[in-house]
Ligand binder design. Structure first.
Ligand SMILES: Cc1cc2nc3c(=O)[nH]c(=O)nc-3n(C[C@H](O)[C@H](O)[C@H](O)COP(=O)(O)OP(=O)(O)OC[C@H]3O[C@@H](n4cnc5c(N)ncnc54)[C@H](O)[C@@H]3O)c2cc1C
Length: 373
C-alpha cells in the first residue's frame, strides 16, 4: 500500500468525520496538547499492538514525537484477519500471573471505554455476547482470566445447552467486547495522525541498528517479524484460517470443541478455525475451509445459506511468555534502548491495550536511563 496516498485518504476522512467529537487521548495535561517534540520515539509495527502502543505513547508522553514505522499495514497484517473477540486463552501468559491479569483488566477497560464513545462504530468496537460449549471437559468452558473482568460470565442453563445441535454437556454464557481490526486499524491510524504522529512505510528492518541516531527509544511491536529481527527462537507461528460470510441474522458468538467458532462482526460473520503450530503456510487451504464450514454449519445450520465474503489466513505470533522488556542494543552511537512488546499469539486484539500501557512505562524508564548515559 502507498502510505502517502493512504495518509492523504485518512486525513480527508478525518476532516469529514462528523459522528462525534474527535477522540483525544486523555492524560495529565488534558486533551490535545501542544507537542514540544524533544523526544523521538519510534514504534516498529503497525498491527493492533503497534498502533495501540503508539496511541498510548501520545496519550502519556506529551513531549514525545512518535513515529510508526512498518513494512506492512492494515489488510497486510495478521491483525486484519482476527475476528477480534475479547477472550484471552487460559494459556496466555505474561511474565507473572499478576502482570498478565493486569494487562487483561487494563485492556478490557480500554476497549470498554472506547465502545462507550461516539467513535465505537468507526473504531469497530461493540459489546458482544456469546456461548462456549463443550462435550468434553468442564474446564474448557471456564476462563479464569475474564470471569471477574467481563460483566457477565455464567454457566449455561439446560435450555441454553440445547440451543445448538450437538450433545453439549458443558457451557458458559458471557458478555464481552468485539474489536474488529479491519475498522480499528484505520481508525487508530487516523487518530494517531491527527495527534501529530508520523507514519513511515519502510523496507523490512534487518536490525535495530538501522534506526540508530534517529530515535531516543524504539518500541518493537513486530509480532512474528521479531523472530528474524531478534533471532527469537521462542516465537512460533500458529497458523489460523477463517471464512467470512454474510449472515446478518447471526447476532451471538458461539465457540465449540475443536477450534470451532462463529463470531458476528461489523462486516460479516467470521467462521473458524484452526491452529497449525509452527506452520508458515499463508495460503488459504481448501480442506481447512471445508472443515471450518462443516463444523460451523453443524453448530448453526442456518449458516448453510450464507454466501462467502472472503477467506483469509494469519500467522499468530505465539510466545510463552509475551516479551515485554527493555533491551540495550549496542550501536555505533553507544547504545539504543529497545522496548520489546510482541508475541501475543491468538490474543493480541484482546490484550494489546494492556501490554501497550506496560510498554509506555518501560519507555519512560528507558528515557530516564538515557538521560543518565
Ligand atoms: C485466524 C485468527 C483469528 C484471531 N482471532 C483473534 C481474536 O478473536 N481475538 C484476539 O485477541 N486475537 C485474535 N487473533 C490474534 C491476533 O490477530 C494477533 O495476536 C495480533 O494480530 C498480533 O498483532 P501484532 O500487532 O503483534 O502483529 P501484526 O498484526 O502481525 O503486525 C506486525 C507489524 O510489524 C511489522 N513488521 C514486522 N517485522 C518487521 C520488520 N522487520 N520491519 C518493519 N516492520 C515489521 C509488520 O509490517 C506489521 O505492521 C487471531 C489471529 C488469527 C490468525
Amino acid at each position: 500500500m502507498d502510505m502517502n496516498t493512504e495518509s492523504a485518504r485518512i486525513c480527508t476522512v478525518a476532516a469529514e468525520h462528523t459522528t462525534g467529537p474527535p477522540y483525544r487521548p486523555t492524560g495529565p495535561d488534558g486533551p490535545n496538547p501542544e507537542r514540544t517534540s524533544n523526544m523521538n520515539v519510534c514504534v516498529v509495527g503497525a498491527g493492533v499492538v503497534g498502533l495501540t502502543t503508539a496511541l498510548e505513547l501520545q496519550s502519556e508522553l506529551r513531549n514525545a514525537n512518535v513515529t510508526v514505522l512498518a513494512d506492512r499495514f492494515e489488510q497486510d497484517t495478521c491483525s486484519d484477519v482476527a475476528a477480534g473477540l475479547f477472550r484471552p486463552g487460559t494459556s496466555f501468559s505474561g511474565p507473572t500471573e499478576e502482570i498478565t491479569r493486569k494487562w487483561i483488566s487494563d485492556a478490557y477497560s480500554y476497549w470498554d471505554e472506547l465502545r462507550k464513545t461516539a467513535h465505537s462504530v468507526k473504531a469497530g468496537v461493540c459489546q458482544m455476547s456469546g456461548y462456549i460449549f463443550s462435550s468434553r471437559d468442564p474446564a474448557i468452558v471456564r476462563n479464569h482470566y475474564i470471569e471477574k473482568v467481563v460483566p457477565v460470565y455464567r454457566a449455561a442453563t439446560e435450555p441454553e445447552l440445547r440451543l445448538c445441535p450437538g450433545e453439549w454437556k458443558y457451557g458458559s454464557f458471557f458478555t464481552t467486547i468485539l474489536a474488529e481490526c479491519r475498522l480499528y486499524q484505520p481508525w487508530a491510524t487516523e487518530r494517531f495522525l491527527e495527534n501529530g504522529g508520523q507514519i513511515v512505510k519502510a523496507d523490512s528492518l534487518n536490525s535495530f541498528r538501522e534506526l540508530d541516531g534517529r530515535y531516543d527509544v524504539v518500541v518493537n511491536c513486530t509480532g512474528l517479524g521479531a523472530k528474524r529481527l531478534c533471532s527469537d527462537h521462542k516465537l512460533v507461528p500458529i497458523r489460523g484460517q477463517i471464512t467470512k460470510v454474510r449472515a446478518p441474522w447471526v447476532k451471538t458468538a458461539f465457540y465449540a470443541d475443536f477450534d470451532t467458532y462463529v463470531i458476528p462482526g461489523f462486516e460479516g460473520v467470521t467462521l473458524g478455525g484452526c491452529r497449525n503450530y509452527d506452520s508458515y503456510n499463508t495460503d488459504v487451504c481448501r480442506h481447512d475451509a471445508a472443515a471450518i464450514r462443516e463444523r460451523c454449519e453443524a453448530l448453526l445450520p442456518s449458516l448453510k445459506s450464507a454466501p462467502v465474503l472472503r477467506e483469509a489466513v494469519g500467522l499468530r505470533p505465539h510466545r510463552d511468555p509475551v516479551r515485554l522488556e527493555i533491551e540495550l542494543v549496542a550501536t555505533a552511537n553507544k547504545a539504543l534502548r529497545v522496548v520489546h512488546n510482541y508475541g501475543h499469539g491468538g490474543y493480541g486484539v484482546t490484550t494489546a491495550p494492556g501490554t501497550a500501557k506496560h510498554a509506555v512505562q518501560l519507555v519512560r524508564d528507558a528515557l530516564k536511563s538515557n538521560s543518565k548515559l
